[in-house]
Design a binder for this molecule. Structure first.
Ligand code: 0PR
Length: 402
């Protein structure tokens, strides 16, 4: 069967709904076949992913709560409490214990909600339904490309510096008092670049323009890396003028997919997102999805309490140490990194990065190309051991040479 993703490799028989069900063992055998090309994070072949295997406690909690539905807090009152606890924990982590939180399916939904709130606020203030201007870095995640296609916004993009961070002085020139929203990124997915949020916030705060920080990738890295002494700027509510932050427990948080969280400084912003559920006793919705898995929320709750700050600090220490190990290995093998990485994404200069990625893939390794910048992109994560990083660099050298 032809799909957007290509042809099914299965005989027509297994791709269609069978008239009569099969024995579970048969289906599990078929499923093994279906998943035969999937990679296991533990196998040392995945170097493109900001997501990783969830922690054991998360697997257990997730498996125990498969029924849990965030869309019904009367059947599952625990979920509302877990969401409130998570918001309090994240608020504290991000410098504002009183922040209002909304669980989401990930960074895309969190970013969408923030832009939606900005559009509604803009229309409330200015009347009409015309496009609301939002100013973003050229490095903004492609979730914003989806969002600007869905909502009445006029995006304006600010250029980057040589480490792929937004240039604050260029961005501020584009922001005026009637700008509906400014976005900064604390950890781009392509290069791990952390924008200078304090410099951006100084200007937006003076104009009263909301500033959203997309920390989907960096939200679980930067606070702990800063505690460990890495030189990274503050990016969250401890910076006056930051009005919302998105962070994703399913990235460097150790939590299963789907797990995202949007934190809002001001309760009035949550009001802009409220939709009445029309059911007696059931809470109103602030997110986009209706029926959605509560298992991820309970798993996030359990992981945060199991690790605590010191557990995350240890994980972040390990992953940054491995990043530095990889940098040394690449240098020794004759490769040139494009810039000093701020977080866990290492970018490498190469005349034909796509060809190198193809060659690596033939050897079983998954790396990626940051297409906007023409750079080879390697993501360091805690699923990789030192030997596996060695294996990657050896494969790079053998595949193509520096
Ligand atoms: N904002 C930033 C800064 C992100 O890095 C991402 C995801 C998002 C928003 C969107 O989040 P959701 O995907 O949770 O909606 N960044 C990853 C990326 O683009 C997503 C990803 C993760 C892709 C693992 C592949 C993969 O194996 O790299």
């Amino acid at each position: 069967m032809e799909t957007l993703l290509g042809s099914s490799t299965f005989p027509a028989e297994t791709g269609s709904l069978p008239e009569h069900g099969r024995a579970p063992d048969t289906v599990l055998e078929e499923l093994r076949e279906l998943c035969r090309d999937d990679h296991d994070y533990a196998g040392g072949t995945v170097f493109n992913s900001i997501c990783s295997a969830p922690l054991d406690i998360a697997r257990r909690v997730f498996a125990q709560h498969l029924d849990a539905n965030m869309g019904d807090n009367r059947v599952f009152p625990s979920l509302r409490r877990a969401e409130a606890d998570l918001s309090a924990m994240f608020g504290e982590l991000l410098g504002h214990p009183g922040a209002v939180g909304v669980t989401t399916s990930g960074g895309t939904e969190a970013n969408l909600l923030v832009v939606l709130a900005a559009v509604r606020r803009y229309h409330d203030r200015h009347g009409g339904s015309g496009p609301a201007r939002i100013v973003l870095p050229e490095s903004a995640h492609f979730s914003f490309d989806k969002i600007v296609g869905m909502l009445p916004v006029e995006p304006v993009y600010a250029p980057l510096d040589d480490r792929l961070r937004v240039r604050p002085e260029e961005l501020t020139r584009l922001v005026t008092a009637d700008t509906a929203l400014v976005v900064a990124t604390a950890g781009t997915s392509e290069a791990g670049a952390v924008d200078d949020v304090p410099a951006v916030a100084e200007h937006t705060a003076a104009l009263g323009v909301p500033l959203h920080v997309d920390a989907a990738t960096g939200g679980f890295l930067i606070p702990f890396a800063r505690e460990l002494g890495y030189d990274l700027p503050p990016f969250a509510f401890d910076v006056p003028g930051v009005t919302s932050v998105a962070l994703d427990p399913h990235k460097y948080g150790g939590v299963p997919i789907p797990s995202g969280h949007l934190l809002l400084r001001d309760r009035a912003d949550a009001e802009l997102l409220r939709t009445a559920s029309h059911y007696r006793g059931t809470f109103d919705h602030h997110g986009l999805l209706g029926t959605r898995p509560g298992a991820a929320v309970l798993a996030a709750w359990a992981v945060l309490r199991t690790l605590g700050r010191s557990g995350y600090r240890e994980l972040v220490k390990e992953v940054f140490t491995r990043r530095d190990l990889l940098l040394g290995m690449l240098r020794d093998a004759g490769f040139t990194t494009a810039m000093e990485p701020q977080l866990t994404v290492v970018t490498v200069r190469h005349p034909e990065p796509a060809r190198l990625v193809d060659a690596l893939e033939r050897r079983g390794f998954i790396a990626s190309v940051a297409r906007r910048y023409g750079l080879l992109r390697l993501v360091v994560h805690w699923h990789q051991t030192a030997e596996q990083l060695r294996g990657l660099v050896d494969a790079m050298a053998a595949a193509d040479g520096p």
